[in-house]
Design a protein around this ligand. Structure first.
Ligand code: NDP
Length: 451
Protein backbone atom coordinates (compact mmCIF):
# COMPACT_ATOMS: atom_id res chain seq x y z
CA UNK A 1 0.00 0.00 0.00
CA UNK A 2 1.31 3.50 -0.75
CA UNK A 3 2.31 5.73 2.16
CA UNK A 4 -0.54 8.19 1.33
CA UNK A 5 -3.09 5.34 1.48
CA UNK A 6 -1.66 4.04 4.77
CA UNK A 7 -2.01 7.47 6.36
CA UNK A 8 -5.48 8.06 4.90
CA UNK A 9 -6.61 4.80 6.47
CA UNK A 10 -5.09 5.72 9.81
CA UNK A 11 -6.64 9.20 9.79
CA UNK A 12 -10.05 7.69 8.98
CA UNK A 13 -9.75 5.26 11.87
CA UNK A 14 -8.64 7.91 14.35
CA UNK A 15 -11.17 10.58 13.32
CA UNK A 16 -14.19 8.56 12.24
CA UNK A 17 -16.73 11.01 13.63
CA UNK A 18 -15.25 14.07 11.90
CA UNK A 19 -16.43 14.01 8.25
CA UNK A 20 -15.34 17.55 7.36
CA UNK A 21 -11.82 16.93 8.68
CA UNK A 22 -11.60 13.65 6.75
CA UNK A 23 -12.79 15.41 3.59
CA UNK A 24 -10.08 18.07 3.89
CA UNK A 25 -7.32 15.53 4.61
CA UNK A 26 -8.45 13.33 1.73
CA UNK A 27 -8.35 16.23 -0.73
CA UNK A 28 -4.92 17.41 0.38
CA UNK A 29 -3.18 14.02 0.65
CA UNK A 30 -4.58 12.75 -2.65
CA UNK A 31 -3.28 15.77 -4.48
CA UNK A 32 0.13 15.47 -2.79
CA UNK A 33 0.69 11.96 -4.19
CA UNK A 34 3.19 13.04 -6.88
CA UNK A 35 5.29 14.85 -4.25
CA UNK A 36 5.13 12.11 -1.62
CA UNK A 37 5.88 9.33 -4.10
CA UNK A 38 9.22 10.96 -4.94
CA UNK A 39 10.42 10.55 -1.33
CA UNK A 40 8.10 7.87 -0.01
CA UNK A 41 10.57 5.92 2.18
CA UNK A 42 12.05 9.02 3.76
CA UNK A 43 8.67 10.54 4.59
CA UNK A 44 7.36 7.23 5.95
CA UNK A 45 10.36 6.91 8.26
CA UNK A 46 9.91 10.48 9.47
CA UNK A 47 6.14 9.86 9.93
CA UNK A 48 5.77 13.16 8.15
CA UNK A 49 2.12 12.79 7.15
CA UNK A 50 1.12 11.40 10.56
CA UNK A 51 2.63 14.52 12.13
CA UNK A 52 1.04 16.82 9.56
CA UNK A 53 -2.46 15.43 10.21
CA UNK A 54 -2.22 15.45 14.02
CA UNK A 55 -2.70 18.90 15.62
CA UNK A 56 0.13 20.06 17.86
CA UNK A 57 -2.48 20.91 20.49
CA UNK A 58 -6.30 20.93 20.85
CA UNK A 59 -8.02 22.97 23.50
CA UNK A 60 -11.71 22.53 24.34
CA UNK A 61 -13.37 24.49 27.11
CA UNK A 62 -16.58 25.49 28.88
CA UNK A 63 -17.99 28.97 28.18
CA UNK A 64 -20.68 29.92 30.73
CA UNK A 65 -22.49 33.26 30.38
CA UNK A 66 -25.74 34.86 31.57
CA UNK A 67 -28.49 35.82 29.07
CA UNK A 68 -30.82 38.85 29.30
CA UNK A 69 -33.39 36.85 31.28
CA UNK A 70 -30.85 35.94 33.94
CA UNK A 71 -30.58 32.36 32.66
CA UNK A 72 -27.10 30.80 32.61
CA UNK A 73 -26.11 29.47 29.18
CA UNK A 74 -23.21 27.10 28.49
CA UNK A 75 -21.33 26.84 25.19
CA UNK A 76 -18.27 24.84 24.13
CA UNK A 77 -15.17 26.76 23.04
CA UNK A 78 -12.35 25.41 20.86
CA UNK A 79 -8.85 26.32 19.74
CA UNK A 80 -6.90 23.90 17.58
CA UNK A 81 -3.20 24.82 17.28
CA UNK A 82 -2.41 22.72 14.27
CA UNK A 83 1.06 23.52 13.00
CA UNK A 84 3.64 26.14 14.00
CA UNK A 85 6.50 25.10 11.70
CA UNK A 86 6.63 28.41 9.81
CA UNK A 87 5.25 30.88 12.38
CA UNK A 88 2.83 31.51 15.26
CA UNK A 89 -0.57 29.81 14.88
CA UNK A 90 -2.95 32.02 12.90
CA UNK A 91 -6.58 31.44 11.97
CA UNK A 92 -10.04 32.73 12.74
CA UNK A 93 -12.66 32.11 15.41
CA UNK A 94 -15.99 30.77 14.12
CA UNK A 95 -19.15 31.42 16.14
CA UNK A 96 -21.93 29.25 14.72
CA UNK A 97 -24.22 26.56 16.23
CA UNK A 98 -22.72 23.95 13.84
CA UNK A 99 -19.21 24.29 15.32
CA UNK A 100 -17.66 21.07 16.65
CA UNK A 101 -14.19 19.49 16.89
CA UNK A 102 -14.25 18.15 13.31
CA UNK A 103 -15.18 21.50 11.76
CA UNK A 104 -12.49 23.37 13.68
CA UNK A 105 -9.92 20.69 12.77
CA UNK A 106 -10.79 20.84 9.05
CA UNK A 107 -10.45 24.61 9.10
CA UNK A 108 -7.18 24.46 11.06
CA UNK A 109 -5.72 21.87 8.69
CA UNK A 110 -6.60 23.94 5.61
CA UNK A 111 -5.14 26.99 7.30
CA UNK A 112 -1.64 25.43 7.43
CA UNK A 113 -1.38 25.36 3.64
CA UNK A 114 -3.24 28.62 3.07
CA UNK A 115 -0.95 30.50 5.43
CA UNK A 116 2.10 28.96 3.83
CA UNK A 117 0.86 30.02 0.38
CA UNK A 118 0.74 33.68 1.43
CA UNK A 119 4.53 33.62 1.72
CA UNK A 120 4.25 35.18 5.20
CA UNK A 121 5.55 33.62 8.45
CA UNK A 122 2.31 32.26 9.96
CA UNK A 123 1.41 28.76 11.15
CA UNK A 124 -2.03 27.14 11.07
CA UNK A 125 -4.75 27.24 13.73
CA UNK A 126 -8.49 27.75 14.10
CA UNK A 127 -11.03 28.13 16.90
CA UNK A 128 -14.53 29.13 17.83
CA UNK A 129 -17.62 28.04 19.70
CA UNK A 130 -21.09 26.61 19.11
CA UNK A 131 -22.52 30.01 20.10
CA UNK A 132 -24.99 31.72 17.74
CA UNK A 133 -24.66 35.52 17.80
CA UNK A 134 -27.85 35.79 15.71
CA UNK A 135 -30.76 37.31 17.63
CA UNK A 136 -28.63 38.04 20.72
CA UNK A 137 -28.46 41.50 22.27
CA UNK A 138 -25.14 43.37 22.30
CA UNK A 139 -24.93 42.72 26.05
CA UNK A 140 -25.37 38.97 25.55
CA UNK A 141 -22.72 38.92 22.82
CA UNK A 142 -20.37 40.81 25.14
CA UNK A 143 -21.05 38.42 28.02
CA UNK A 144 -20.26 35.46 25.80
CA UNK A 145 -17.12 37.03 24.28
CA UNK A 146 -15.75 37.98 27.70
CA UNK A 147 -16.29 34.49 29.10
CA UNK A 148 -14.79 32.92 25.95
CA UNK A 149 -11.67 35.09 26.16
CA UNK A 150 -11.27 34.55 29.92
CA UNK A 151 -10.31 30.97 29.08
CA UNK A 152 -8.78 31.44 25.61
CA UNK A 153 -6.31 34.10 26.82
CA UNK A 154 -4.30 31.40 28.61
CA UNK A 155 -3.27 29.90 25.28
CA UNK A 156 -2.76 32.83 22.88
CA UNK A 157 -0.35 35.77 22.52
CA UNK A 158 1.13 38.09 19.88
CA UNK A 159 4.07 35.71 19.31
CA UNK A 160 2.35 32.37 19.94
CA UNK A 161 -1.19 32.29 18.53
CA UNK A 162 -3.09 35.18 16.93
CA UNK A 163 -6.81 34.50 16.23
CA UNK A 164 -9.01 36.57 13.90
CA UNK A 165 -12.65 36.72 12.72
CA UNK A 166 -14.61 34.12 10.75
CA UNK A 167 -18.31 33.27 10.40
CA UNK A 168 -20.17 35.02 13.22
CA UNK A 169 -17.07 36.85 14.47
CA UNK A 170 -16.94 40.37 13.09
CA UNK A 171 -15.68 43.73 14.35
CA UNK A 172 -18.09 43.78 17.32
CA UNK A 173 -17.01 40.38 18.65
CA UNK A 174 -13.28 41.04 18.07
CA UNK A 175 -13.64 44.32 20.01
CA UNK A 176 -15.24 42.63 23.04
CA UNK A 177 -12.65 39.83 23.00
CA UNK A 178 -9.72 42.24 22.68
CA UNK A 179 -10.99 44.33 25.58
CA UNK A 180 -11.20 41.28 27.82
CA UNK A 181 -7.72 40.02 26.80
CA UNK A 182 -6.18 43.40 27.63
CA UNK A 183 -8.03 43.56 30.93
CA UNK A 184 -6.81 40.15 32.08
CA UNK A 185 -3.28 40.19 30.67
CA UNK A 186 -2.54 43.92 30.97
CA UNK A 187 -0.92 43.77 27.52
CA UNK A 188 -1.64 46.08 24.60
CA UNK A 189 -0.40 43.75 21.92
CA UNK A 190 -1.45 42.42 18.53
CA UNK A 191 -3.03 39.25 19.90
CA UNK A 192 -6.08 39.42 17.60
CA UNK A 193 -6.44 40.69 14.05
CA UNK A 194 -9.50 42.22 12.45
CA UNK A 195 -9.39 44.88 15.20
CA UNK A 196 -11.09 48.27 14.85
CA UNK A 197 -9.00 51.05 13.30
CA UNK A 198 -8.92 53.04 16.57
CA UNK A 199 -7.15 50.25 18.48
CA UNK A 200 -4.61 48.67 16.15
CA UNK A 201 -6.64 47.39 13.22
CA UNK A 202 -5.39 47.56 9.66
CA UNK A 203 -7.00 49.52 6.86
CA UNK A 204 -8.28 47.13 4.16
CA UNK A 205 -8.56 44.14 6.54
CA UNK A 206 -12.37 44.26 6.31
CA UNK A 207 -12.25 44.19 2.52
CA UNK A 208 -9.26 41.85 2.22
CA UNK A 209 -10.80 38.39 1.74
CA UNK A 210 -13.36 39.51 -0.85
CA UNK A 211 -10.93 41.81 -2.67
CA UNK A 212 -8.22 39.14 -2.60
CA UNK A 213 -10.64 36.60 -4.05
CA UNK A 214 -11.20 38.87 -7.05
CA UNK A 215 -7.49 39.68 -7.47
CA UNK A 216 -6.73 35.96 -7.68
CA UNK A 217 -9.71 35.23 -9.94
CA UNK A 218 -8.65 38.05 -12.26
CA UNK A 219 -5.09 36.65 -12.43
CA UNK A 220 -6.37 33.11 -13.10
CA UNK A 221 -8.57 34.41 -15.92
CA UNK A 222 -5.73 36.43 -17.46
CA UNK A 223 -3.41 33.41 -17.36
CA UNK A 224 -6.06 31.57 -19.37
CA UNK A 225 -6.60 34.33 -21.93
CA UNK A 226 -9.89 35.58 -20.46
CA UNK A 227 -11.04 38.97 -19.20
CA UNK A 228 -13.25 39.51 -16.13
CA UNK A 229 -14.76 42.68 -17.62
CA UNK A 230 -18.42 42.31 -18.55
CA UNK A 231 -18.77 38.85 -17.01
CA UNK A 232 -21.84 37.82 -15.01
CA UNK A 233 -21.03 36.45 -11.56
CA UNK A 234 -23.09 34.31 -9.17
CA UNK A 235 -22.11 34.86 -5.53
CA UNK A 236 -23.40 33.03 -2.45
CA UNK A 237 -23.35 34.44 1.08
CA UNK A 238 -24.04 37.97 2.25
CA UNK A 239 -21.38 38.29 4.91
CA UNK A 240 -17.92 39.79 5.05
CA UNK A 241 -16.42 37.78 2.18
CA UNK A 242 -19.43 38.01 -0.14
CA UNK A 243 -20.01 41.75 0.29
CA UNK A 244 -16.44 42.77 -0.58
CA UNK A 245 -16.18 40.21 -3.37
CA UNK A 246 -19.25 41.80 -4.94
CA UNK A 247 -17.79 45.28 -4.47
CA UNK A 248 -14.44 44.45 -6.07
CA UNK A 249 -16.07 42.50 -8.89
CA UNK A 250 -18.03 45.63 -9.79
CA UNK A 251 -14.87 47.76 -9.61
CA UNK A 252 -13.25 45.36 -12.09
CA UNK A 253 -16.18 45.77 -14.50
CA UNK A 254 -18.03 42.51 -13.82
CA UNK A 255 -21.70 42.11 -12.84
CA UNK A 256 -22.53 40.07 -9.70
CA UNK A 257 -26.24 39.19 -9.82
CA UNK A 258 -26.85 37.01 -6.74
CA UNK A 259 -26.22 36.76 -3.00
CA UNK A 260 -27.71 34.62 -0.23
CA UNK A 261 -28.01 34.11 3.50
CA UNK A 262 -29.05 31.13 5.57
CA UNK A 263 -32.75 31.64 4.87
CA UNK A 264 -32.98 32.75 1.24
CA UNK A 265 -31.32 34.20 -1.83
CA UNK A 266 -31.51 37.20 -4.17
CA UNK A 267 -31.39 37.36 -7.95
CA UNK A 268 -30.91 40.91 -9.15
CA UNK A 269 -30.35 40.94 -12.93
CA UNK A 270 -29.36 44.61 -12.83
CA UNK A 271 -26.49 43.82 -10.50
CA UNK A 272 -26.35 43.72 -6.70
CA UNK A 273 -26.61 47.11 -5.00
CA UNK A 274 -23.67 46.88 -2.55
CA UNK A 275 -24.57 49.96 -0.53
CA UNK A 276 -28.03 48.52 0.13
CA UNK A 277 -26.62 45.08 0.96
CA UNK A 278 -24.14 46.61 3.42
CA UNK A 279 -26.85 48.65 5.11
CA UNK A 280 -29.00 45.53 5.58
CA UNK A 281 -26.25 43.11 6.67
CA UNK A 282 -23.61 45.26 8.38
CA UNK A 283 -25.79 47.93 10.00
CA UNK A 284 -29.28 46.48 10.54
CA UNK A 285 -28.17 42.80 10.78
CA UNK A 286 -31.44 41.99 8.94
CA UNK A 287 -32.60 39.35 6.40
CA UNK A 288 -32.35 39.56 2.63
CA UNK A 289 -36.13 39.99 2.31
CA UNK A 290 -35.40 43.66 3.07
CA UNK A 291 -33.18 43.85 -0.02
CA UNK A 292 -35.99 42.66 -2.28
CA UNK A 293 -38.44 45.02 -0.57
CA UNK A 294 -36.15 47.98 -1.27
CA UNK A 295 -35.18 47.17 -4.86
CA UNK A 296 -37.58 46.68 -7.76
CA UNK A 297 -35.21 44.68 -9.98
CA UNK A 298 -34.57 42.01 -7.31
CA UNK A 299 -36.29 38.65 -6.82
CA UNK A 300 -36.18 36.99 -3.38
CA UNK A 301 -36.34 33.19 -3.18
CA UNK A 302 -36.97 31.42 0.09
CA UNK A 303 -34.72 28.48 0.89
CA UNK A 304 -31.16 27.87 1.94
CA UNK A 305 -29.12 28.23 -1.22
CA UNK A 306 -26.14 26.92 0.70
CA UNK A 307 -27.77 23.50 0.78
CA UNK A 308 -26.88 22.82 -2.83
CA UNK A 309 -28.90 20.37 -4.95
CA UNK A 310 -28.77 22.41 -8.14
CA UNK A 311 -31.09 25.08 -6.80
CA UNK A 312 -30.56 28.54 -5.43
CA UNK A 313 -27.83 30.86 -6.65
CA UNK A 314 -26.09 28.11 -8.67
CA UNK A 315 -29.14 27.67 -10.89
CA UNK A 316 -28.68 31.20 -12.26
CA UNK A 317 -26.91 31.57 -15.62
CA UNK A 318 -23.42 32.98 -15.01
CA UNK A 319 -19.85 33.03 -16.35
CA UNK A 320 -18.14 32.85 -12.96
CA UNK A 321 -19.30 31.37 -9.61
CA UNK A 322 -17.95 32.57 -6.26
CA UNK A 323 -19.19 30.48 -3.30
CA UNK A 324 -18.66 32.72 -0.25
CA UNK A 325 -20.97 31.30 2.47
CA UNK A 326 -19.90 28.03 4.09
CA UNK A 327 -18.53 24.50 3.65
CA UNK A 328 -20.15 22.03 1.22
CA UNK A 329 -22.64 24.56 -0.17
CA UNK A 330 -21.93 23.64 -3.80
CA UNK A 331 -22.66 19.99 -4.53
CA UNK A 332 -22.64 17.79 -7.62
CA UNK A 333 -26.10 18.91 -8.79
CA UNK A 334 -25.01 22.54 -8.47
CA UNK A 335 -21.82 21.79 -10.40
CA UNK A 336 -23.86 20.20 -13.20
CA UNK A 337 -26.19 23.20 -13.31
CA UNK A 338 -23.23 25.60 -13.53
CA UNK A 339 -21.57 23.67 -16.36
CA UNK A 340 -24.86 23.35 -18.25
CA UNK A 341 -25.35 27.12 -17.98
CA UNK A 342 -21.95 27.92 -19.47
CA UNK A 343 -20.05 28.90 -16.31
CA UNK A 344 -16.30 28.68 -17.01
CA UNK A 345 -14.66 29.57 -13.65
CA UNK A 346 -15.28 28.84 -9.98
CA UNK A 347 -13.22 30.46 -7.21
CA UNK A 348 -13.88 29.60 -3.56
CA UNK A 349 -14.32 32.57 -1.21
CA UNK A 350 -15.49 30.30 1.61
CA UNK A 351 -13.49 27.41 3.09
CA UNK A 352 -14.22 24.09 1.31
CA UNK A 353 -17.60 25.24 -0.12
CA UNK A 354 -17.39 22.71 -2.96
CA UNK A 355 -17.86 19.00 -2.23
CA UNK A 356 -15.14 16.60 -3.44
CA UNK A 357 -17.51 15.15 -6.03
CA UNK A 358 -18.46 18.58 -7.36
CA UNK A 359 -14.80 19.69 -7.53
CA UNK A 360 -13.94 16.60 -9.55
CA UNK A 361 -16.85 17.22 -11.94
CA UNK A 362 -15.90 20.86 -12.47
CA UNK A 363 -12.26 19.98 -13.14
CA UNK A 364 -13.22 17.16 -15.53
CA UNK A 365 -15.34 19.66 -17.43
CA UNK A 366 -12.35 22.01 -17.76
CA UNK A 367 -13.79 24.69 -15.48
CA UNK A 368 -11.05 26.93 -14.07
CA UNK A 369 -11.21 26.06 -10.38
CA UNK A 370 -9.40 28.03 -7.63
CA UNK A 371 -9.55 26.35 -4.21
CA UNK A 372 -10.33 28.37 -1.07
CA UNK A 373 -6.95 27.92 0.51
CA UNK A 374 -5.52 30.03 -2.33
CA UNK A 375 -8.48 32.14 -3.37
CA UNK A 376 -9.52 33.34 0.10
CA UNK A 377 -5.99 33.71 1.52
CA UNK A 378 -6.20 37.51 1.23
CA UNK A 379 -7.89 37.71 4.63
CA UNK A 380 -5.19 35.96 6.57
CA UNK A 381 -2.47 37.64 4.51
CA UNK A 382 -3.80 41.04 5.50
CA UNK A 383 -4.10 39.82 9.09
CA UNK A 384 -0.37 39.10 8.94
CA UNK A 385 0.14 42.64 7.61
CA UNK A 386 -1.87 43.87 10.62
CA UNK A 387 0.54 41.95 12.88
CA UNK A 388 3.51 43.66 11.19
CA UNK A 389 1.95 47.09 11.70
CA UNK A 390 1.24 46.29 15.37
CA UNK A 391 4.86 45.21 15.90
CA UNK A 392 6.11 48.41 14.26
CA UNK A 393 3.51 50.48 16.14
CA UNK A 394 2.68 52.09 12.79
CA UNK A 395 -0.33 52.17 10.46
CA UNK A 396 -0.05 51.88 6.71
CA UNK A 397 -2.41 53.63 4.28
CA UNK A 398 -5.29 51.79 2.60
CA UNK A 399 -3.48 51.98 -0.74
CA UNK A 400 -0.28 50.52 0.76
CA UNK A 401 -2.08 47.54 2.30
CA UNK A 402 -4.27 47.01 -0.77
CA UNK A 403 -1.29 47.02 -3.12
CA UNK A 404 0.59 44.51 -0.90
CA UNK A 405 -2.57 42.35 -0.89
CA UNK A 406 -2.76 42.50 -4.67
CA UNK A 407 0.90 41.43 -5.00
CA UNK A 408 0.37 38.57 -2.56
CA UNK A 409 -2.65 37.23 -4.47
CA UNK A 410 -0.89 37.44 -7.83
CA UNK A 411 2.13 35.62 -6.34
CA UNK A 412 -0.09 32.94 -4.83
CA UNK A 413 -1.60 32.24 -8.23
CA UNK A 414 1.82 32.18 -9.92
CA UNK A 415 3.24 29.82 -7.26
CA UNK A 416 0.40 27.34 -7.47
CA UNK A 417 0.35 27.48 -11.27
CA UNK A 418 4.10 26.82 -11.25
CA UNK A 419 3.81 23.94 -8.74
CA UNK A 420 1.09 22.29 -10.86
CA UNK A 421 3.31 22.57 -13.95
CA UNK A 422 6.39 21.22 -12.12
CA UNK A 423 4.50 18.08 -11.10
CA UNK A 424 2.88 17.49 -14.49
CA UNK A 425 -0.67 18.47 -13.48
CA UNK A 426 -0.91 21.77 -15.34
CA UNK A 427 -4.21 23.59 -14.78
CA UNK A 428 -5.02 21.56 -11.64
CA UNK A 429 -4.97 24.47 -9.22
CA UNK A 430 -6.16 22.31 -6.30
CA UNK A 431 -3.04 20.16 -6.58
CA UNK A 432 -0.89 23.23 -7.28
CA UNK A 433 -2.09 25.01 -4.12
CA UNK A 434 -1.63 21.97 -1.92
CA UNK A 435 1.84 21.23 -3.29
CA UNK A 436 3.07 24.83 -3.07
CA UNK A 437 1.74 25.19 0.49
CA UNK A 438 3.12 21.80 1.54
CA UNK A 439 6.68 22.35 0.24
CA UNK A 440 7.48 25.24 2.56
CA UNK A 441 5.89 23.67 5.65
CA UNK A 442 7.69 20.37 5.12
CA UNK A 443 10.99 22.09 4.60
CA UNK A 444 10.58 23.89 7.96
CA UNK A 445 9.35 20.74 9.75
CA UNK A 446 12.32 18.71 8.57
CA UNK A 447 14.79 21.45 9.54
CA UNK A 448 13.35 21.59 13.07
CA UNK A 449 13.69 17.87 13.82
CA UNK A 450 11.16 15.57 15.43
CA UNK A 451 8.96 17.97 17.37
P1 NDP B 1 -20.07 35.92 7.76
O1 NDP B 1 -20.59 35.41 9.05
O2 NDP B 1 -19.75 37.37 7.63
O3 NDP B 1 -21.06 35.54 6.56
C1 NDP B 1 -21.38 34.23 6.25
C2 NDP B 1 -22.51 34.22 5.22
O4 NDP B 1 -22.81 32.89 4.86
C3 NDP B 1 -23.79 34.81 5.77
O5 NDP B 1 -24.51 35.39 4.71
C4 NDP B 1 -24.52 33.59 6.32
O6 NDP B 1 -25.92 33.75 6.35
C5 NDP B 1 -24.11 32.52 5.33
N1 NDP B 1 -24.02 31.22 6.03
C6 NDP B 1 -23.21 30.89 7.05
N2 NDP B 1 -23.40 29.61 7.44
C7 NDP B 1 -24.36 29.14 6.65
C8 NDP B 1 -25.01 27.88 6.56
N3 NDP B 1 -24.68 26.86 7.36
N4 NDP B 1 -25.96 27.75 5.61
C9 NDP B 1 -26.27 28.80 4.79
N5 NDP B 1 -25.69 30.00 4.83
C10 NDP B 1 -24.76 30.16 5.74
O7 NDP B 1 -18.78 35.04 7.43
P2 NDP B 1 -17.59 35.33 6.45
O8 NDP B 1 -18.11 36.06 5.25
O9 NDP B 1 -16.49 35.90 7.21
O10 NDP B 1 -17.16 33.84 6.04
C11 NDP B 1 -17.71 33.13 4.93
C12 NDP B 1 -16.79 32.00 4.54
O11 NDP B 1 -15.50 32.51 4.19
C13 NDP B 1 -16.51 30.95 5.63
O12 NDP B 1 -16.31 29.69 5.04
C14 NDP B 1 -15.19 31.43 6.23
O13 NDP B 1 -14.48 30.39 6.88
C15 NDP B 1 -14.49 31.88 4.96
N6 NDP B 1 -13.38 32.82 5.16
C16 NDP B 1 -13.56 34.02 5.79
C17 NDP B 1 -12.51 34.90 5.93
C18 NDP B 1 -12.68 36.26 6.52
O14 NDP B 1 -11.71 37.02 6.50
N7 NDP B 1 -13.85 36.64 7.01
C19 NDP B 1 -11.15 34.53 5.49
C20 NDP B 1 -11.09 33.29 4.77
C21 NDP B 1 -12.17 32.47 4.66
P3 NDP B 1 -26.63 34.53 7.58
O15 NDP B 1 -26.43 35.98 7.27
O16 NDP B 1 -28.04 34.10 7.51
O17 NDP B 1 -25.91 34.08 8.80
Amino acid sequence: MSYVDEVLELVKKKNASEPEFLQAVEEVLNSLRPVIEKNEEKYRKEALLERLTEPERQIKFRVPWVDDKGQVQVNTGYRVQFNSAIGPYKGGLRLHPSVNTGIIKFLGFEQIFKNSLTGLPIGGGKGGADFDPKGKSDREVMAFCQSFMTELCKYIGADTDVPAGDIGTGAREIGFMYGQYKRIKGLYEGVLTGKGLSYGGSLARTEATGYGLLYLTDEMLKANGKDIKGKTIAVSGAGNVAIYAIQKAQQLGAKPVTCSDSTGWIYDPEGIDVALLKEIKEVKRARLTEYAAARKSAEYHEGRSAQGAGSGVWSVKCDIALPCATQNELDIEDAKALVANGCFAVAEGANMPTTLEATKYLQENKILFAPGKAANAGGVATSALEMSQNSERLSWTFEEVDSKLQNIMVNIFRNLDDAAKRYGVEGDYVAGANIAGFEKVVNAMEAQGIV
